[in-house]
Design a protein around this ligand. Structure first.
Ligand code: GDP
Length: 330
């Protein structure tokens, strides 16, 4: 095995991350996002060193469709947190970023004021990972940020499908943003996402929209009461805010804090975190097994041949899946 480049030596990287070195933190996240097997091994070594000493950060998922005001809110709320003496890491999960060309500059300029703060760290979306991979690497990036001492980790998601559910499982508090006045508040995809919310914020409550936002809060407040509660220790709450005017940020912060306190007191926080570690283990095992299957001699050829057989209806997909996953010597 070739000698490790000094900047990716896990023990050294771990020391630098713990000392608050941002360049090393960014490099470590790049390492965990790498698909190369050698990098994976170093990444796991790094996580193993760091996992016992994570900060007790509040993990907050922030979700909503494009244009709802996520980045404006994260910029304003992140600054609010820093003013209160917190340190803030922001991770973005954008499964479409490979299409939209998400980039470091792109994400930083979406949160221009926060990006300038010494106590903030903003990490853009991985752009070339499969959907499941995005969330898994996000969990690992979150651990790295906590090892670096951040006490607030904000994970931004785009309001599209599976990544919401995955992220909701790995954070303590899930905040859903809604824009008032679209007239379809409780329909379609929004309903699914609203069910995941611990706190729901109606955005852009300023100017002419103040009244509409207030109505939306009342509507959602009522709707949330009819949903099957996600938690025994917390009833979801709705709030309105204006990130541009800076209104409602303290109230939002208060609700997010109350949620975490409630689930910490009831023991749900610990059990949720344990459940998520088990989930992580399952994902890692799956990944390792798949990787091993792919690396077998002739695996690619067998799969290519199988695609033709399945497409023509000659053999069932189930039969082929069993064959391909059978141990090599049987
Ligand atoms: P994202 O796509 O969810 O990240 O949304 P952005 O934060 O980029 O916001 C989309 C648009 O809504 C931008 O033009 C923002 O200036 C605007 N916007 C965001 N927050 C507010 C707000 O609190 N009030 C008003 N009036 N506009 C806002």
């Amino acid at each position: 095995m070739p000698t490790l480049a000094p900047h990716t030596d896990p023990a050294l990287l771990a020391d630098q991350i713990r000392a608050g070195n941002r360049t090393s933190l960014a490099r470590a996240i790049t390492l965990i996002e790498s698909q190369r097997e050698q990098d994976r091994e170093r990444a796991y070594e790094l996580l193993q060193i760091l996992m016992p000493n994570l900060s007790n950060a509040h993990r907050i998922g922030i979700s909503g469709p494009p244009g709802v005001g996520k980045s404006t809110l994260i910029d304003a709320y992140g600054l609010h947190l820093i003013e209160q003496g917190h340190s803030v890491a922001v991770l973005a999960v954008d499964p479409s970023s490979s299409l939209s060309g998400g980039s470091i500059l792109g994400d930083k300029s979406r949160m221009p004021r926060l990006a300038q703060e010494e106590n903030a760290f903003i990490r853009p979306s991985p752009s070339d990972l499969a959907l499941g991979g995005v969330a898994r690497r996000t969990r690992e990036a979150m651990f790295l940020c906590e090892a670096a001492g951040f006490d607030r980790v904000l994970i931004e998601t785009m309001g599209v499908g599976q990544s919401e559910i995955q992220v909701a499982g790995m954070v303590d508090t899930f905040l859903v943003l809604i824009q008032p006045g679209a007239g379809d508040e409780l329909q379609g995809i929004k309903k699914g996402i609203v069910e995941l919310a611990d706190v729901l914020a109606v955005t852009k409550a300023d100017g002419e929209s103040v009244g509409r936002a207030r109505e939306a809060v009342a509507q959602y407040g009522a709707a949330l009461r009819y949903l099957r509660p996600k938690s025994e220790s917390w009833a979801p709450k709705a709030v309105s805010l204006s990130a541009l005017a800076g209104d409602g940020l303290s109230e939002l912060d208060g609700l997010l804090g109350q949620h975490r306190e409630a689930i910490a007191e009831s023991g749900e926080l610990d059990s949720r975190r344990q459940t998520d570690l088990v989930q992580w283990l399952g994902e890692l095992v799956e990944e390792a097994v798949l990787q091993r299957l792919r690396q077998r001699d002739g695996a690619r050829e067998r799969l290519t041949a199988a695609v033709g057989e399945v497409a023509s209806g000659a053999v069932s997909a189930y039969r082929i899946a069993l064959d391909l996953s059978r141990p090599a010597d049987s």
